[in-house]
Design a protein around this ligand. Structure first.
Ligand SMILES: N[C@@H](CCC(=O)N[C@@H](CS)C(=O)NCC(=O)O)C(=O)O
Ligand SMILES: [Fe+2]
Length: 240
């Protein structure tokens, strides 16, 4: 199976393993701390070798599992250049690609939810992070969020063909996948909204901050190095 989706139930985060079946080379998008065992056993079952972890952005609601998975597999860590994550092995600019086997993953900066948000395109699949959610979009009230910028990023995504599939970083309503065509027709943050209307809507949302924002953001800027990682979790990684 060339694509596997994982769920972190606590934060409704969706993570993805992309596999080139001919070589066994793989990429993991947005792993969550505490779910490493899921990823490592999937790699094992698929006889896959992880080349990269790719983060769509600096998450505010959970700590990335990147540090532990990178230590366990020796893979590289990549993210969008706008994140400014200094511990990344590589920061990707617009159009930059990473290769796994014969497959190509392309970075498209889609800022707005955060300044460093990046969508990854693999074939006809878009891993949109929190830029485009199913029936929604990421909030714009922290981490240099900017509603006008998010509107422009959404237009960039909506320019892809209707058949392109949308795989977001979160879904809070048990959805798992959408398409560009479906979002154009049904997403209330898109349908019938002008740029000023979108900005007014986003700037008028009154949302409580994510519960873990104060620990998650600094930990994620450090590739998931986190004082709160338990000895048990580390042992899982080292024994893998
Ligand atoms: N209650 C959640 C808040 C989650 C949240 O704010 N998620 C961000 C993504 S990091 C968002 O943009 N959510 C959009 C939405 O809830 O529609 C928590 O404490 O973690
Ligand atoms: Fe986010």
């Amino acid at each position: 199976m060339p694509l596997k989706q994982f769920l972190d139930p606590e934060t409704a985060t969706l993570s993805y393993l992309l596999l080139d079946e001919s070589t066994g080379e793989a990429v993991l998008i947005d792993p969550v701390l505490g779910q490493e065992e899921q990823y490592l056993s999937a790699l094992d079952e698929l006889n896959a070798r992880l080349l990269y972890i790719a983060e769509t952005h600096v998450h505010a609601d959970h700590v990335t599992g990147a540090n532990i998975v990178r230590e366990a597999t020796g893979c590289q860590f990549v993210a969008g250049i706008g994140t400014g994550i200094h511990c990344a092995d590589r920061l990707l600019a617009d159009g930059d690609v990473i290769y796994f086997g014969a497959e190509v993953l392309r970075a498209l900066p889609t800022p707005g939810h955060t300044s460093g948000c990046t969508t990854y395109q693999w074939r006809d699949r878009l891993f949109t992070g929190d830029t485009l959610l199913i029936g929604g979009c990421g909030r714009t009230d922290f981490q240099q969020g900017d509603a006008g910028c998010l509107y422009d990023s959404l237009q960039r995504l909506l320019a892809f063909p209707d058949e392109y599939l949308v795989y977001p970083a979160h879904d809070y309503k048990q959805h798992r996948v959408s398409s560009i065509g479906q979002e154009k027709l049904t997403n209330p943050r898109i349908k019938g909204l002008s740029r000023p209307q979108f900005i007014a809507l986003m700037n008028g949302l009154k949302l409580a901050n994510p519960a873990k924002i104060d620990t998650a953001v600094p930990a994620n800027m450090a590739c998931g190095h986190y004082a709160g990682v338990s000895a048990d979790t580390r042992a899982v990684a080292h024994n893998a």
